[in-house]
Write a protein of this length. Structure first.
Length: 210
């Protein structure tokens, strides 16, 4: 935990950017009945009946120092999907960075092995040389700043029915553009000193394991 908090406390460094990475799921649903026309000054009314249209995965990236957001909609979240995200992160999103430090959970696909499964060994190694994986502790999803960002995304963009991936991608892109134009960020206040004073039970448990 402390190593992640130390990373958050560092000054911004464009050569060593800190990127929070996480995933979210969106249930796609479509209307069964045709919506009634809306009169001026009235809110749209949605019928309670709907039809499920599958699930979509959303890979999310966030740099709080730049106020930079990125979402990528995929059908799955397999190791190959993760590998492609990491390649885009270093080659497209941060081509001038020496190393991109990624803070994320320890999901089974979030491993260097995923890149070796997806790409030839020399390509996987090239990408990994410019990546540093930092895993937040188990049962501490709150330690990933992007948990707050995903909550904002759900409230501001995904809080309505979306019938297919094309519409989801379009709406997410519009939200992303708006957030990046505003350089919307998150004011993270929790630090190592706060953890040591407030999470005494976690430290007692850690000491007891030794």
């Amino acid at each position: 935990m402390e190593h992640v908090l130390d990373i958050y406390a560092e000054a911004p460094d464009s050569k060593r950017p800190v990127i929070n990475f996480d995933e979210a799921m969106k249930q796609l649903v479509s209307d069964v009945n045709e919506l009634l026309p809306v009169k001026p000054g009235q809110q749209a009314k949605v019928d309670y009946e709907y039809k499920r249209a599958g699930m979509a995965n959303i890979f999310m990236f966030f740099n709080r120092h730049r106020g930079w957001h990125k979402g990528k909609v995929t059908q799955y979240k397999k190791s190959s999907d993760f590998a492609e995200c990491m390649r885009d992160l270093v080659d497209i999103d941060h081509p001038d960075a020496d190393v991109v430090r990624v803070v994320m959970d320890d999901y089974c696909t979030h491993r260097p092995a995923s890149l070796y499964k997806a790409f030839p060994p020399e390509e996987a190694r090239r990408i990994l040389r410019r990546l540093e994986f930092n895993y937040r502790p188990k049962h501490a999803s709150w330690l990933n700043i992007l948990e707050i960002g995903i909550g904002n995304m759900n409230q501001q963009c995904l809080n309505r029915r979306m019938e297919d991936r094309a519409f989801l991608i379009s709406e997410l892109a519009a939200w992303e553009s708006q957030q990046n134009q505003k350089k919307a960020t998150i004011n993270w206040m929790f630090n190592v000193d706060g953890a040591r004073s407030k999470l005494t039970r976690a430290y007692d448990k850690l000491i007891g394991q030794n």
